[in-house]
Design a protein around this ligand. Structure first.
Ligand SMILES: *Cc1c(COP(=O)(O)O)cnc(C)c1O
Length: 458
């Protein structure tokens, strides 16, 4: 008999979590204005709000923290991180930042000006926020296949070179300085970008004289999918694949809270010394001196170790198989999810699951609310609330997809937890005909409203 799959680690430290009653959850959610971000973590049983900074570090990472060098300038921890970035990602220059959005803020302070256009594949919300805040425009050039949730296509994160051509043809050349490719593509379902596509986009960018920047939060999961799905990469190691991926990029921004398995941190890495020098000015202003930039020495040490562990096959296989496990349980129950199953999360198609909720009543937010009430599970809306208003017309934007993302923290929950999540989803699915009313916004911030929005049920 073939041996079943098991995790490539054992558990050394645990954190208790609490169940609650439906009545308690009704009360807590009302107090939270139906915004799941407002819940206290102990009001949540299984927290799938995000996989960002919520993972469990290894014993090697914890011991690396003890060796953190907290010198203001020139700390050994900085050099540990520099070496890891050079060896694993292949960039000679880097700037530490306190997290991914800070990396965007620093880099875009150099590269993005009012009226600029930044093409890419479903820009992440903070990326888009930092572009729009500078009165520039993010243009989504993701391939069309990404929008058909149940279509099995191996690289739904890919950028359409045809769409890029159109953007370049209709834009003044001086307005585009770079193309940004997000790996894996978070907003369209944790879907990977193929090596071939990175190669094509890089060639296209070169032909137009613009840079290719990789938004890298889940680069290692992307590499895992290349190994599993792209011809010619089956026998390559994750580190070899990662190295080739970045050979096509001029620079990268990183939220280390994802694939580098730390609780806080980020960086910008680049090839160009001149870009490094320009960005350094903003890094010192916004983040900190060049050799710590918003991170403590111990955090940089844990990050250097995390970059190494995060690009090991055994870890990635355990990680992605757990996400797949949850996805497959949902598919067995007939629940419509984004396919193929992504790297860090399962995305439920809320329009299909709650067919009676109009887009103006936020089907994905409605589903996220129902899931919490059902079993204390916290997911997140990836729909019209996240899509925000058009910065010029101030009209609500209704994206093609209304998704609830169930993001799985790294090395944190067991498959028993995944089973609870799957059955909770099934229970909501079974009573979908009775869910006929959605929700409405009663208060919102002018930008990135989803974090603080106040909502009422209809
Ligand atoms: C998380 C993330 C960011 C922002 O990083 P933070 O560390 O949350 O500030 C940017 N891009 C992508 C693709 C992300 O997933």
């Amino acid at each position: 008999m073939e041996l079943p799959f098991a995790e490539s680690y054992r558990i050394k430290m645990v954190a208790p979590i609490k169940k609650s009653t439906r009545a308690e959850r009704e009360q807590w959610l009302k107090e939270a204005h139906y915004n799941l971000f407002n819940l206290k973590s102990d009001q949540v049983f299984i927290d799938l709000l995000t996989d960002s900074g919520t993972g469990a570090m290894s014993e090697q990472q914890w011991s690396a923290m003890m060796l953190g060098d907290e010198s203001y300038a020139g700390a050994s921890s900085y050099y540990n991180l520099k070496t890891a970035i050079q060896n694993i990602l292949g960039f000679d220059y880097f700037l530490p930042t306190h997290q991914g959005r800070a990396a965007e803020n620093v880099l875009f302070s150099v590269l993005v000006k009012e009226g600029d256009v930044v093409p890419g594949n479903s820009h992440f919300d903070t990326t888009k926020g930092h572009i729009e805040f500078r009165k520039a425009k993010a243009i989504d050039c993701t391939i069309e296949e990404a929008y058909q949730t149940e279509l099995e296509y191996p690289f739904k994160g890919n950028v359409s070179v045809e769409k890029l051509e159109k953007v370049f043809a209709s834009t003044d050349a001086s307005k585009i300085k770079f193309i940004i490719v997000t790996v894996t593509n978070n907003s369209s379902g944790g879907q990977p970008v193929s090596m071939q596509n990175l190669r094509d986009v890089s060639q296209f960018a070169k032909s137009k004289g613009v840079m290719l920047i990789v938004d890298s939060a889940r680069f290692a999961e992307n590499a895992y999918f290349i190994k599993k799905r792209e011809k010619g990469y089956e026998n390559k190691s994750i580190k070899e694949i990662v190295s080739e991926m970045y050979s096509y990029a001029d620079a990268m921004t990183m939220s280390s809270k994802k694939d580098a398995i730390v609780n806080m941190g980020g960086f910008i890495a680049m090839r160009s010394e001149s870009l490094f020098e320009q960005a350094s000015v903003f890094n010192i202003m916004f983040e900190g001196y060049l050799t710590y930039g918003g991170m403590s020495g111990r955090d940089m040490n844990a990050l250097a170790q995390g970059l190494d562990e995060g690009t090991e096959f055994d870890y990635l296989e355990t990680r992605i198989k757990q996400v797949e496990y949850l996805g497959n349980r949902l598919i067995e129950f007939g629940i419509p999810i984004q396919r193929p199953i992504g790297g860090h999360a399962v995305f439920i198609d809320a329009k299909k699951l709650l067919p009676n909720i109009a887009k103006e009543e936020f089907p994905a937010q409605t589903l996220a609310i129902e899931l919490y009430l059902e079993a204390g599970i916290r997911g997140v809306e990836i729909g019209a609330i996240l899509a925000d208003r058009d910065p010029i017309t101030r009209e609500n934007r209704y994206p093609a997809l209304e998704l609830v993302r169930l993001a799985i923290p790294r090395r944190t929950y067991t498959n028993n937890h995944m089973d609870v999540v799957a059955v909770a989803c099934k229970n909501v699915f079974d009573r979908k005909e009775k869910i006929t009313k959605g929700c409405k916004i009663v208060k919102e911030a002018p930008i990135m409203r989803h974090f603080t929005v106040k909502i009422e049920r209809m």
